[in-house]
Structure formats: C-alpha cells, structure tokens
Design a protein around this ligand. Sequence first.
Ligand code: HEC
Ligand code: HEC
Length: 258
Amino acid sequence: MTGPPQTTFPSVRRSLAMGLMLLAFALIPAKAASADNEGAMISWGHTIAMQGNGLPGNTACAECHRINGGGMPSVGIPRIAGQTETYIYREIRGVQKGTRFSPYMDRIVLNLSKRDIHAVALYYSTVRTPKLHDPAEFDPSLATLGRRIAHRGLWERNIPACIICHGQDGRGIPPNFPYIAGQSKTYLLGQLFSFAVIKRKDDPEGLMRGIASRLTNREIKAVAQYFASLEPPVYGPIPVKNRPDRLRLIPHKETPSP
Ligand code: HEC
Ligand code: HEC
C-alpha cells in the first residue's frame, strides 16, 4: 500500500504545469492562424460560388446550385448544401479527371485549382438549406417497395440496404458517404442509371455500380422516389470536438478570432 515517495509529487506537478503552459503557448497561435485561414478559405469559396474564380470558362456555381446550395429539383441539379467537404472535393476532382461523368460541369471545373476546390467545397459544406419543392410525380404504388429496398435491401439478389452506407434515413455518414435524402427524384434517378450503365465510375470499389446494375428500372424508380420524399439533413451547430468533417453552421461574419 506504500505509494511513490510523497516528496517527488510537487516537482512532478510543477514540471507538468510548466509543460502544459508551454504546450498552450505553442498551440494558441497555431489555432488562431488556422481559424483565420479557414475563414479566408470559406470567403474565397463563397466568391467562387458567386462569380467563379475569374479564369475563362469558370461559371458561378450559384447559377446552377444556387448560393444556398439547394440546386434545382425541377431539372435535377443536385443540392450540395451540407455535403461534406471531403465528398464535394472528391466529386469535383472526379469531374476533372473524367471518372465522374458530368456533361454540365466538365468545362466549368476545368480551371479550378486544388485550392479553389477546397475553398468552394468548404463553403458549400457549411451551408444549411431546407428542402426545396420537388415537382416530380409521386407514384403511390412504388412507396412500399422503395422503403423496403432502402431499409432492408434485396439480399437474395445481393443488394444491401441503402441505409447501411447512406446512414439512417439516407442522411449520410460523414465524411465519405453522401446524404441522399431530400435530393430530387430526377437527380437520384439520373445518378442511379448513370452508375448502372457505368457512366459514373468514381465510386470507391465500384460499390454503387454493382448495386445499381442489379436493380431493375422499377426498383430504381421506387428507391429514388423514397429518398426524394425524405428531409435532407440540416445540421445545427455541432461542438468542435464532435465535428466529423466540417458539419457546422457557416459563421455569419468572419470566424471570430480570440
Ligand atoms: C451549368 C450548371 C452547373 C454549374 C455552373 C455547376 N454545376 Fe455542379 N452540377 C451540375 C449538374 C447538372 C450536376 C449533376 C449531374 C452531373 O453530374 O452532371 C452537378 C453536380 C455537382 C456535384 C456532385 C453532387 C453530388 O451529390 O454528387 C458537385 C459537388 C458540384 N456539382 C459542385 C459544383 C461547384 C462547386 C460548381 C462551381 C465551381 C458547380 N458545381 C457548377 C450543374 C452545374
Ligand atoms: C456499400 C456501401 C453503399 C451502399 C449499400 C449503397 N451505397 Fe450509394 N453510394 C455509396 C458511395 C460510397 C457513394 C459515393 C460515390 C462517389 O464517391 O461518387 C454512393 C453514392 C450514391 C448516390 C449518388 C449520390 C450523389 O449525391 O450523387 C446515390 C443516388 C446512391 N448512392 C444511392 C444508393 C441507393 C438507392 C442504395 C440502395 C439500393 C445505395 N446507394 C446503397 C455507397 C453505398
């Protein structure tokens, strides 16, 4: 029951305290610098979204995705508000490299540098936008089938439940698995067919190509309709230590610096 000699305690404590103080001094400026840097990146991303980066061919993202990232459900332009920075970055790089089939975006993103892509991805990852009206037709006879595939899959045909990867109610699993809840029916249909015929081939390990190509047209319609009927995630502020990627509210002004 005899512990370590009491006399060493104060000195250990003292050096521990000194160490912590030094560590704090070392960390504070670094933290402040990275917050400033992030604020600057978000604001550059906002500029690109509003007016492009100034180089030829680079159109404002807002023309199609809107500045609030809500997209245009009637013509199948996706919402990108609140998708993770990681996912948005990967998709745009995919368009540049030609692995993500995107006839509308390929010339627009050609002149974006990696830094530009980080900035605009960061900007849209911080935007919170409620669901927009989706004028697509809703077929009640497909409702049960869509729900069933989403939650239980079709195991006899090797089709896993969508929510295993896309999260509860299709709300995404950051940072790699995008949310699909609240995307428009037109967009979801387009992407599933695009995976099925292997036009879109940026999905890791061909996961989505395999799944989509095993679904029938009717099943694709059912599952697209199901996820289009759900609410997209609109996260509130999340405590810093719990932020899986960049899920947080966009600061109203600049990121406050201490
Ligand atoms: C002319 C319209 C148009 C413009 C401008 C445009 N996009 Fe897109 N974007 C689309 C369409 C349509 C799609 C979906 C279909 C596809 O892949 O072709 C898309 C898809 C995306 C996706 C993938 C979304 C997902 O859920 O996988 C991201 C991310 C994206 N755009 C970001 C941007 C950014 C950032 C800009 C500005 C630099 C931009 N887009 C400019 C039309 C546009
Ligand atoms: C094993 C994991 C996995 C399962 C199961 C899965 N997905 Fe996916 N899905 C992914 C990944 C990863 C991506 C992102 C691919 C990329 O980076 O382009 C994706 C992308 C998508 C997209 C495109 C999203 C966008 O914003 O463009 C749709 C739509 C989609 N999945 C629908 C489904 C449906 C419907 C099901 C169920 C039938 C399903 N997924 C099951 C992993 C999965």
